[in-house]
Design a binder for this molecule. Structure first.
Ligand code: NAD
Ligand code: UDP
Ligand code: UDP
Length: 340
């Protein structure tokens, strides 16, 4: 699609310019920001299965790693660029999956100013890029935009209950501004947008020490350490396996609806129940320890996925008890703890 670029490159002077792959094979050029991260790298795996796709990953490797993309490095349809999205970016693409942003509380609280810059300036830059090249852009927003929700389960129409000045605000308010920017570019400049509100997602390649509850419990169980349930332990979350998440994101991008659309698994568990499930799965002799919680921890969270179901024909397929063993296997390999 040459019409979307500002100035088409001059055709090469060779006698048969149409042989050049750039002109003879129309490929879909897809940018994935944050593609070296957990969800991003699984998304890249799926996009690369289609040889009509050309995938460009942009990542600053803050929480992601080249290792997650190892199998694609050197592939003719794949390109990896070390770049920070808070700086302008010039590439020519047809679609943008904008994931770049640390997702785990310990990482996004580590440098909160950087986190909000990533959400605001990073998203602004990707929208400027989408506007210049006429690309469709999908933002991975979060269930955290609902804050500590006063409605349960959470529907997309709910405006949320968010602390604007708390330690999580760089992330949840940052994502709220990112959503606002998406809709303003859509209304003002006609940009094609898609917004996914992602609920807690788990699976292989999660950062082992990122402090999120599923990775913590599995790593603790494999290291023979007590599972740290943050008090009171009755708070709930709903966990979506990463392959289901990727399927939902691609359906949203390819579909006709801007969203926001919740993508998550409605199966709801207390943290105590999750600890018991991990014990049962890995080692029933592991202890559970109640530890202090962090401020502003949402007490309950569960997506209403009626929209995803009706508009995208999507629903999660992998149950927690099926997904946890797949993650256990990956963590065993990376931690060097073989199954007895
Ligand atoms: P992740 O930390 O594994 O991946 C984020 C990636 O973005 C990393 O590779 C990181 O290096 C990169 N990145 C961060 N800041 C950047 C910057 N300024 N410039 C370029 N790259 C940058 O997290 P994830 O779990 O894969 O999450 C991906 C997206 O999904 C994030 O936008 C996150 O907010 C959203 N999300 C995730 C969850 C979840 O449960 N995993 C839940 C809700 C929303
Ligand atoms: N931008 C970018 N790549 C592009 C086009 C724009 O990174 O290909 C950035 C640009 O630097 C700006 C932001 O996106 O900071 C918003 O761009 P827009 O054109 O909407 O606004 P303006 O440049 O007029 O402020
Ligand atoms: N949590 C826990 N033990 C841990 C880490 C987290 O009990 O070792 C709890 C935490 O208090 C929260 C839930 O698990 O209620 C989910 O936390 P996580 O950081 O995984 O995700 P988020 O808060 O962003 O949903």
């Amino acid at each position: 699609d040459m019409t979307s670029t500002h100035s088409a490159p001059k055709p090469p002077p060779s006698p048969s310019p149409l042989r050049s792959s750039r002109f003879s094979q129309p490929k879909l050029r897809i940018l994935v920001t944050g593609g070296a991260g957990f969800i991003g790298s699984h998304l890249v795996d799926r996009l690369m299965e289609n040889d009509k796709n050309e995938v460009i990953v942009v990542d600053n490797f803050f929480t992601g790693s080249k290792d997650n993309l190892r199998k694609w490095i050197g592939h003719p349809n794949f390109e990896l660029i070390r770049h920070d999205v808070t700086e302008p970016l010039l590439v020519e693409v047809d679609q943008i999956y904008h994931l770049a942003c640390p997702a785990s509380p310990i990482f996004y609280k580590y440098n909160p100013v950087k986190t909000i810059k990533t959400n605001v300036i990073g998203t602004l830059n990707m929208l400027g890029l989408a506007k210049r090249v006429g690309a469709r852009i999908l933002l991975t927003s979060t269930s955290e935009v609902y804050g500590d929700p006063l409605e349960h389960p959470q529907k997309e129409e709910y405006w949320g209950n968010v602390n604007p000045i708390g330690v999580r605000s760089c992330y949840d308010e940052g994502k709220r501004v990112a959503e606002t920017l998406m809709f303003d570019y859509h209304r003002q400049h006609g940009i094609e947008i898609r917004i996914a509100r992602i609920f807690n997602t788990y699976g292989p390649r999660m950062n082992i020490d990122d402090g999120r509850v599923v990775s913590n419990f599995i790593a603790q169980a494999l290291r023979n350490e007590p599972l740290t349930v943050q008090s009171p332990g009755t708070q709930t979350r709903s966990f979506c396996y990463v392959s289901d998440m990727v399927d939902g994101l691609i359906r949203l991008m390819e579909g006709d609806h801007t969203g926001p659309i919740n993508i998550g698994n409605p199966g709801e568990f207390t943290m105590m129940e999750l600890a018991e499930t991990v014990k049962e799965l890995i080692d029933s002799s592991i202890l559970v320890k109640i530890v202090d919680n962090t401020p502003d921890d949402p007490r309950q969270r569960k997506p209403d996925i009626t929209k995803a179901n009706n508009l995208l024909g999507w629903e999660p397929k992998v149950k927690l008890r099926e997904g946890l063993p797949l993650m256990e296997e990956d963590f065993r390999q990376r931690l060097g703890v073989p199954k007895k």
